[in-house]
Design a protein around this ligand. Structure first.
Ligand SMILES: [Ca+2]
Ligand SMILES: [Ca+2]
Length: 140
């Protein structure tokens, strides 16, 4: 984990860079798909769902929800990803929903930079890394 500064533009630019975004989605999807069947089951998605910042946004950081409540939250998140409700999340569903979530987060951030603690393999970290590479390229 690392502490990074990001703002809405970091996220917008990342999502709009179709190529970079697709590559990291595919990477991430492949990592989650532990049985390599091209679909994410609930169990496979759980790791991803746990890394989403739902508790900060929905409940506040300090709250410790009970296990029943947690399961309910993960259930409804999974259903949000599973657009056609067939019990698995395919690459298109994963990509579509991740994009929506990132855009929603960007809208929530506004244009004032904020500090965030980011997991190494999270999409936000990739957005920040991408931006710092782009900045370096333009400075040179
Ligand atoms: Ca799978
Ligand atoms: Ca599905």
């Amino acid at each position: 984990m690392s502490v990074e500064v990001l703002d809405a533009a970091t996220i917008f630019n990342f999502v709009e860079d179709e190529e970079a975004f697709n590559v990291s989605i595919c990477d991430h999807f492949a990592n989650l798909d532990t049985d390599h069947d091209g679909l994410l089951s609930y169990a496979e998605m759980l790791k991803e769902l746990q890394s989403l910042r739902v508790f900060e946004t929905h409940f506040g950081i300090d709250m410790k929800p009970d296990p029943g409540e947690l399961a309910h939250v993960y259930d409804s998140l999974f259903m949000q990803f599973d657009h056609d409700s067939n019990g698995t999340v395919d690459l298109e569903e994963f990509k579509g929903e991740t994009k929506q979530m990132m855009l929603a987060m960007a809208n929530g951030l506004g244009f004032l930079p904020v500090q965030m603690v980011l997991e190494e393999d999270s999409f936000l970290k990739k957005a920040v890394d991408r931006e710092s590479i782009m900045t370096r390229v333009t400075t040179i």
